[in-house]
Design a protein. Structure first.
Length: 203
């Protein structure tokens, strides 16, 4: 994670976003549920306050923000202090890894995909939700990032960039959904699955 972390000093504002945008939040959850394997043992990387992990049934999280960890723990999540580029787990620990709007805050995005691959069991799924830089919404975020509390130092990626991260990490199956417009999917056969969700997120 980058050193700049407004999540420690503005945790209440982060939480308030979900209450103020309940329908947008609900649409994201629905999209993720279409990708989440049933009965899987999962971890959320960058679990934050647990707003996605809890309703999706993910009980383990990794989070570098002390304030976010504290909130997530009150919701019953086992949260470990750590970063996406060096996950504190043994190889092949989980069936699914989830990363929601965390990618843009990482110091080394490619390393986070390698780590996700390492901790996933064969056939496991890595679901990444992100703001697509190449979308109209992504352009809006790029234009406003200097003024944004949470995104000032964020690095936004295009869908093509994210697909390249998957390929470099040797994931070999892909499903894509876009929550801002129509849901689209495409996939190919593989040993392990890789799942991408291009999406809008927090202001």
């Amino acid at each position: 994670m980058k050193e700049y972390s407004p999540f420690d000093t503005h945790a209440e504002r982060y939480e308030a976003w979900f209450d103020e945008n309940e329908y947008v939040y609900a649409s994201k959850l629905r999209a993720m549920r279409t990708l989440l394997p049933a009965g899987s043992e999962g971890v959320e990387i960058g679990v934050g306050s647990g707003r996605f992990a809890v309703p999706l049934g993910i009980r383990v999280g990794v989070e570098p923000s002390k304030e976010m960890r504290a909130i997530a723990r009150t919701k019953g999540i086992e949260v470990i202090d750590g970063v996406a580029e060096s996950l504190p787990f043994e190889d092949e620990r989980f069936d699914v890894a989830l990363m929601v709007t965390t990618l843009c805050f990482l110091d080394d995005a490619a390393a986070s995909f390698d780590e996700a691959y390492r901790v996933l069991r064969p056939g496991g799924a890595f679901i990444v939700a992100f703001v697509d830089r190449g979308s109209p919404l992504g352009a809006k975020y790029m234009a406003r990032k200097v003024e944004s509390l949470f995104y000032k130092k964020a690095t936004f990626y295009s869908a093509q960039d994210v697909i390249a991260f998957y390929e470099q990490a040797e994931f070999t199956d892909l499903s894509c959904v876009q929550t801002s417009f129509a849901i689209q999917k495409r996939s190919v056969r593989s040993n392990r699955s890789r799942k991408v969700m291009a999406r809008d997120c927090f202001s």
